[in-house]
Design a protein around this ligand. Structure first.
Ligand SMILES: [Zn+2]
Length: 287
């Protein structure tokens, strides 16, 4: 049973924190040009706007991988199956560097606007495309952070042990679904670079170009407060946005602050999910 009013939302114990005040996840949604194609197939002929998305899997992702190696930090990369097919070097580089690959749909269409049949097809085709490159994800994040009931209820059936598309907590929790228990790793717009940097006039995806120093400050304030509440701080970045030179620095400032605290651990999402699923579930949250 899955109840979005949270009656089936179980609180896990805090083993996932490993004694740290907070855990930070560096996650990257490798959308590439798939959101443009999902918006309308005719964008295939709009070379300039397509190249905006392509910057991620062509350039940005390699800068990010280099930075993570230099900083010795693990990360989780959510791939739409179509990005893996169109830009195979990007997923191969992530796997070679030892980071986690998780699923981000196939075409990057929001499950909410797909029929139940298409939602299942998106999971199957997405997993198939990632498997072609040797990735066997245990995690899922809905495109546009817009998940739907059929998708959530199907995750366990496909060996997916966690989701990261919900907003109703700032600590990981357990959801009971018809295909088994899954861990939920909740996210928030304040920790997403899309809201900070996306200027794409056609299609109208955003009109924002914030200063990276201001963005770093926002993320640092989020993490600092989350240390007090023993929360899971999930940074979500897109290689076509945060792979640019100035914006990579904002992620590095976030990392430097976390390291300076001395009580923040960095983890991959799969490790947190596994710890949550192995923990003692003590109570359910009231709706
Ligand atoms: Zn996405």
């Amino acid at each position: 049973m899955l109840d979005v009013n949270a009656t089936q939302h179980f609180v896990a114990d805090d083993k996932w924190r490993g004694g740290n005040a907070a855990v930070a996840l560096l996650t990257f949604d490798v959308d590439g040009d798939t959101p443009l194609l999902a918006e309308d197939a005719h964008y295939e002929h709009h070379l300039s706007t397509m190249s905006h998305g392509a910057y991620g899997p062509k350039v940005g992702i390699f800068r990010i991988i280099e930075m993570l190696a230099r900083r010795e930090k693990p990360a989780t990369f959510f791939f739409p199956g179509l990005t893996a097919e169109r830009y195979p070097r990007s997923i191969e580089a992530v796997l070679e560097a030892g980071h986690e690959v998780a699923l981000h749909g196939y075409t990057h269409r929001s499950p909410v606007y797909n029929t139940p049949e298409v939602q299942v097809e998106e999971l199957e085709r997405g997993l198939g495309a990632l498997a072609e490159h040797g990735a066997k994800p245990i995690g899922y994040r809905a495109p546009m952070w817009s998940t739907a009931r059929t998708t959530m209820e199907s995750l366990g059936k496909y060996g997916l042990a966690y989701d990261s598309s919900m907003f109703d907590d700032d600590r990981p929790y357990v959801l009971e679904t018809p295909s088994g228990r899954i861990a939920e790793l909740p996210i928030h717009w304040a920790l997403d670079d899309w809201e900070q940097y996306i200027y794409v006039p056609d299609p109208d995806f955003g009109h924002i170009i914030n200063r990276p120093s201001q963005v770093a400050e926002l993320w640092i304030e989020e993490l600092d407060a989350m240390r007090e509440t023993n929360s899971l701080c999930i940074l979500t970045c897109h290689p076509f946005a945060s792979g640019r030179p100035s914006r990579l620095r904002a992620i590095e400032r976030f990392i430097e602050f976390a390291e300076s605290c001395g009580d923040v651990a960095f983890s991959r999402a799969d490790a947190v999910a596994e710890a949550v699923l192995a923990s003692r579930v003590t109570s359910s949250v009231d709706p």
